[in-house]
Design a protein around this ligand. Structure first.
Ligand code: SAM
Length: 289
């Protein structure tokens, strides 16, 4: 290896290292080097990660950093970093901090003035998005929907108005319920159900929400899933808004904007824009009533 390519680790630095989500070949060369050379690896599940470390002949000591100790353990890790230790944070798979522990540690490090850097790599959300066939220019990552009924309902109805592509994570035992909740709240639209990314049985099911719901009524979901959903059609949104304005009289429409603090002139302009008519039409409408 050429000397200039050797990865040195900096003292007192936190490294957020992305690890494979299935295919071990996806680990980066830099990630292996960093994991070999840091003083300590904070891993979500040390029993899981030992397999990864053994595979790449990494012998760095590990400590558990997971959902249930994420606050207290973060304080311990921050102290070690302050003393000059270099630490890598890894999750079970993929990018730490993305629906995985990491976020709390990062914010505590930032508060303590400790430098944080990333060692980028696999992330199921991004891989699913780019192979979904749905627009990737604007997207919203939602992670897992809440399990609790009320919170879940609120989260789903909040998604309904979003016009960009939506990305969700889901466990196999909750997939059917999620598809049916989404269908009910969002209506039928395109979805790519992406399964077992980078693994032997990787599959992309490009269908509609109703098609996916019907399919998984017959076929038991197995494996890891990412749902990539088409956003709400902006033309539909415009048409619905226009229809709702049209139900209102012109003076009521103008009065609505005035009640929002707009001058009479600006309120007339806004009403004309909503209705797709000229300001003169609005003016005549006001006189007629
Ligand atoms: N931090 C990870 C990342 O960067 O993607 C995500 C961790 S989250 C706890 C686990 C969820 O990610 C799974 O339930 C599944 O929705 C998704 N996931 C992880 N690996 C996957 C894979 N190989 N194929 C499809 N989905 C995957």
């Amino acid at each position: 290896m050429k000397e200039q390519n050797r990865q040195t680790v900096e003292k007192g630095m936190l490294y957020l290292c992305a690890t494979p989500i299935g295919n071990l070949g996806d680990i980066s060369w830099r990630c292996v080097e960093i994991l070999k050379n840091v003083d300590l690896i904070a891993a979500e599940d040390t029993r899981n990660s030992i397999r990864l470390l053994n595979h790449f002949d990494i012998h760095t000591p590990m400590t558990a950093y997971h959902e249930f100790n994420r606050y207290d353990k973060a304080d311990v890790l921050v102290e070690k970093l302050k003393e000059g230790a270099s630490i890598a944070c890894i999750s079970d798979a993929g990018t730490p901090g993305i629906s995985d522990p990491g976020e709390v540690l990062v914010s505590k490090c930032i508060d303590a003035g400790i430098p944080v850097t990333s060692v980028p790599g696999p992330c199921a959300a991004i891989s699913a998005l780019i192979i979904s066939g749905l627009p990737a220019r604007r997207f919203r990552f939602e992670g897992f929907l809440p399990a609790e009924k009320k919170e879940r309902k609120e989260a789903v109805s909040d998604l309904a108005a979003e016009t960009c592509t939506l990305i969700l994570y889901e466990a196999p035992h909750r997939l059917k319920r999620t598809l049916s909740d989404l269908l009910e709240a969002l209506g039928d639209r395109r979805i790519s159900v992406v399964k077992e990314l980078t693994k032997t049985h990787e599959k992309v099911f490009r269908t509609t929400l109703s098609g996916a719901a019907a399919f998984y009524e017959k076929e038991e979901p197995r494996g890891e899933y990412v749902l990539v959903l088409e956003g709400r059609d902006p033309e539909l949104e415009k048409a619905e808004k226009r229809a709702s304005w049209e139900e209102m009289s012109i003076p009521a429409h103008v009065a609505f904007y005035e009640s929002q603090g707009l001058s009479r002139m600006d309120a007339m302009k806004a009403a004309a824009k909503d209705r797709g008519v000229t300001k003169r039409d609005i003016y005549s409408g006001m006189l007629e009533e």
